[in-house]
Design a protein around this ligand. Structure first.
Ligand SMILES: Nc1ncnc2c1ncn2[C@@H]1O[C@H](COP(=O)(O)OP(=O)(O)OP(=O)(O)O)[C@@H](O)[C@H]1O
Ligand SMILES: [Mg+2]
Length: 292
């Protein structure tokens, strides 16, 4: 590598508040200790000279989901000026959770989902509890669960989402999450790095526009062989088989008792490095390798 690697750690602008990204100080400190230049930059800062970096690593651009078009346009621009991880094609594909349908078509177990774009009449399920959420979301924003038969509140949510341009996803509420939690398998540099488990996020009766605790009861997790298999199949089904510097596969227990994909996070996953300090050297090594 010629000289000191210059790495942009790309995040959101917390607008004067403290950043919610707990990985960032751990990662920036470890990269600097390893001899790299690590700059924490806001993706939407017009002053940033992306060409001045060897690598732009998307880390915590958590406001992108309600600015998806602006964000993918930025990723296109940034990817022309420097190496972007993950690459822009991956960003574009992963920014729209209709990818869950694509995974299911490819034979990967995924949470069964119906999609209703603005203008589409919304059909709500009968006879079981269900979840309504957007195809572009983060931190359970605009996500809520409804008991079987509840329609009015759910339709108020879908009307507001449609008015704001969001496509609505409707899924069965998977009750397995109450006992088995949600497991996040984190990959980095092409291998399993670590896994975590968190409790259920959606409480009955919590309004869709309330703030939620995004990672309740988060703890390290040893993934089962079945979980690893589904996660690897999900990654293998990403179109074009791109090189992924990082990936997180979120799994829940489906109605058949087997793991299924709730979310494939290829843009800005929490890495939970503060929970898994042993993973830090591997992450630093993979980032430095990607920057050369
Ligand atoms: N079908 C479902 N059954 C049970 N729980 C669900 C379902 N869909 C969503 N949830 C709960 O809501 C949370 C947020 O949903 P999801 O991960 O799909 O959206 P998100 O906004 O991308 O969230 P995050 O960025 O926090 O991962 C999940 O972690 C889970 O606890
Ligand atoms: Mg999630």
């Amino acid at each position: 590598m010629a000289g000191t690697p210059r790495i942009a750690l790309v995040t959101y602008d917390p607008r004067g508040e403290e950043s919610k990204d707990r990985d960032m100080p751990v990662l920036a400190g470890a990269l600097r200790e390893a001899g790299a230049e690590a700059a924490v930059v806001h993706w939407d800062d017009p002053e940033v000279d992306w060409a001045g970096f060897d690598l732009a690593l998307i880390r915590s651009t958590w406001d992108y989901s309600w600015r998806a078009e602006e964000f993918t346009a930025w990723a296109e621009r940034c990817g022309r000026e420097t190496r972007l991880a993950n690459p822009v094609d991956v960003v574009r594909w992963n920014a729209d959770k209709r990818y869950l349908g694509r995974l299911a078509e490819a034979g990967v177990p995924a949470v069964p989902t119906r999609y209703f774009a603005p203008g589409d009449p919304v059909e709500l399920p009968d006879g079981h509890e269900y979840v309504v959420k957007p195809t572009s979301g983060a931190g359970a924003r605009y996500a809520a669960r409804y008991p079987a038969g509840e329609r009015d509140a759910a339709l108020r949510q879908t009307e507001r989402m449609h008015a704001e341009g969001f496509t609505v996803m409707v899924q069965p509420y998977l009750t397995g999450i109450e006992t088995h939690g949600e497991r996040a398998l984190q990959f980095f540099g092409g291998r399993l790095l670590h896994a975590s488990r968190k409790g259920a996020v959606l409480e009955p009766g919590t309004p869709y526009d309330a703030d939620k605790i995004a990672h309740p009861d988060l703890r390290p997790w040893q993934p089962t062989a079945a979980e690893l298999d589904v996660a690897e199949r999900a990654l293998a089904a990403v179109p074009g088989q791109p090189e992924l510097l990082y990936a997180r596969v979120d799994l829940v227990t489906g109605e058949d008792g087997q793991p299924c994909v709730m979310e494939l996070e290829l843009i800005e996953p929490n890495l939970f490095l503060w929970l898994h300090p042993d993973s830090v050297p591997l992450v630093v090594k993979a980032i430095l390798a990607a920057a050369c």
